[in-house]
Design a protein around this ligand. Structure first.
Ligand code: LLP
Length: 388
C-alpha cells in the first residue's frame, strides 16, 4: 500500500494544501528505463502522447530519455518544442487540425502529419504550397480492429470518426497524385486506449500486414509504420504492477508485424508511461450518513479527476491517515453533479474529517483533463524530489 512504504512522505503531505497531484519520479524513471531498454532492443521509436500529461516537468523528464512527442494540437506542438523535443521527432494527429495548427507544424518542420481525411490532406497541400514546402504525411488508417475497451476510448473501428477507411484507399491514392506538396512517408494506426487484452495488438499487426500488401501491390512503399499507443495499465493493483510489461508489448510487434525494406516502427505511448507515477492526494472534508451508506466527501472532485465520471473508471482509493477497522464508504467529490463519485461501497479504514486520501494511478489523463468547473482552482503538482 502507498502509505506503508511512504510514512515520512505522508507526514510531509499533511503540510501541503490539498488537493494536489503527487508524482513519484522514481517510478517514472524506472518506467522510462524499461521502455528505453525494451524498445531499444528492436530499434523502435517511441513518441510520448503528451495529451496524457503535459506537465512541463513530466514532459522534460520523458524527453531526457530521448523519446519523441505525439501531439494533437498546435499548442501541444509548441509545448513540445519548448520542453526540448526536437521537431524531427514530433508527430501530429487529429481529425480537426485548424489552419493555424497546420501552419505551426509546417513552420516547425515536424517529422510527420498523421492525416485523417482527404480534405485535410488537400488543405495541408495548399498551406505547404504557399510556403513552398513539402509536407511529410502518414495516412491514419482505420484498421477496423476492435480494441475491447471502453466505447469512449475505442478509435479503430469503422464507425469511429478517426482515420481513413479501407473503401477510401483508391480516392486517397488519387488525391496524393494531385497534391504536389505532400510526401507520403508512413501509415499510422491507433485503435484505442487502456487495452489490456494483448491479443488485440496481434490482431492489429495481422491487419497491418494485409493493408501493406494492398499498397505494395500498387507500388506504394512507405518508410515507417506508426502503430499508435493504447497499452493499458493495472488500475487495480498499482503497487504490484507499477511498470507495464513493455517486453511482452514490444515483443508482439516484433513477432507479428511484417516490417518491409528497412521500415522504421513508431509507437505513441501515453498512459503506459505516466499513469502509475501519479496520485491525486485529497482530504476528507466530511463524513456524512446517507440512507444506505456513509459518504466520504473529499476536497477533490471530477474537476481534478474526470475519468470516473466520464468513463466509470476505477482508481484505487486509499486512506493514508487511518488504520481503523474497515467500513464501506461512497467516496465522492464536492461538485454539484451526482456523477462526481470516485467509488461506491469502497472498503476503507474508519475514515474521518482531515484524513488524507490517495487516488492512485492518476498520472495519465488526470491533471491533463482538469477543468475549472464551479470556478475551482487548478490543483498544484508536487514531485517526489520536492519532498526530499
Ligand atoms: N495516439 C493517438 C492517435 C491517440 O489518440 C492516443 C490517445 C494515443 C496515441 C495515446 O494513447 P495511450 O497510450 O495513452 O492509450 N482520456 C482517456 C484516454 C483518451 C485517449 C485518447 N487518445 C482516458 O482517460 O482514458
Amino acid at each position: 500500500m502507498f502509505n506503508n512504504n511512504n510514512n515520512n512522505r505522508i507526514k510531509t503531505f499533511t503540510n501541503i494544501p490539498t488537493p494536489f497531484y503527487f508524482y513519484d519520479l522514481d517510478i517514472l524513471d524506472k518506467t522510462l528505463d524499461c521502455i528505453q531498454r525494451e524498445s531499444g532492443k528492436h530499434g523502435y521509436h517511441v513518441h510520448y502522447a503528451i495529451k496524457a500529461n503535459a506537465n512541463t516537468r513530466i514532459m522534460e523528464k520523458i524527453q531526457s530519455y530521448g523519446l519523441g512527442a505525439d501531439c494533437v494540437s498546435g499548442n501541444e506542438i509548441l509545448r513540445s518544442l519548448e520542453t526540448g523535443y526536437p521537431a524531427k521527432k514530433i508527430v501530429y494527429a487529429g481529425v480537426g487540425k485548424s489552419d493555424r495548427e497546420i501552419q505551426i507544424a509546417l513552420d516547425a518542420n515536424i517529422f510527420c502529419f498523421n492525416c485523417e481525411s482527404i480534405p485535410e490532406i488537400e488543405l495541408i497541400n495548399e498551406l505547404a504550397s504557399a510556403r513552398n514546402k513539402m509536407a511529410k504525411i502518414a495516412i491514419r488508417i482505420n484498421p477496423n480492429v476492435n480494441a475491447n475497451t471502453h466505447h469512449y476510448i475505442t478509435t479503430g473501428i469503422e464507425e469511429n470518426k478517426f482515420g481513413i477507411n479501407r473503401w477510401e484507399f483508391d480516392d486517397i491514392l488519387e488525391t496524393l497524385k494531385q497534391c504536389k506538396h505532400i510526401e507520403l512517408i508512413g501509415f499510422h494506426f491507433h485503435i484505442g486506449s487502456q487495452i489490456t487484452d494483448l491479443s488485440v495488438f496481434k490482431g492489429l499487426c495481422l491487419r497491418i500486414n494485409e493493408i501493406q500488401n494492398w499498397f505494395e501491390e500498387r507500388q506504394i512503399l512507405v518508410n515507417h509504420i506508426n502503430v499508435g499507443g493504447g497499452f493499458g495499465v493495472d488500475y487495480n493493483e498499482p503497487d504490484s504492477n507499477p511498470i507495464p510489461d513493455f517486453e511482452t508489448f514490444f515483443g508482439i510487434f516484433k513477432e507479428f508485424l511484417q516490417i518491409r525494406h528497412n521500415q522504421s516502427l513508431h509507437f505513441e505511448l501515453g498512459r503506459s508511461i505516466v499513469a502509475q507515477c501519479g496520485s491525486l492526494i485529497s482530504k476528507v472534508l466530511y463524513v456524512k450518513k446517507g440512507v444506505n451508506t456513509k459518504f466520504a466527501i473529499l476536497d477533490a472532485g471530477m474537476t481534478e479527476l474526470l475519468r470516473p465520471a466520464l468513463y466509470q473508471a476505477y482508481h484505487k482509493i486509499e486512506n493514508l491517515s487511518s488504520t481503523g477497522a474497515p467500513e464501506n464508504y461512497d467516496v465522492v467529490g464536492p461538485i454539484c453533479e451526482s456523477s462526481d463519485c470516485f467509488g461506491k461501497s469502497i472498503r476503507l479504514p474508519r475514515t474521518q474529517r482531515n484524513d488524507l486520501i490517495a487516488l492512485r494511478s492518476t498520472g495519465a489523463y488526470g491533471e491533463a483533463m482538469a477543468s475549472r468547473y464551479n470556478l475551482r482552482e487548478i490543483a498544484n503538482s508536487v514531485f517526489s524530489d520536492d519532498l526530499a
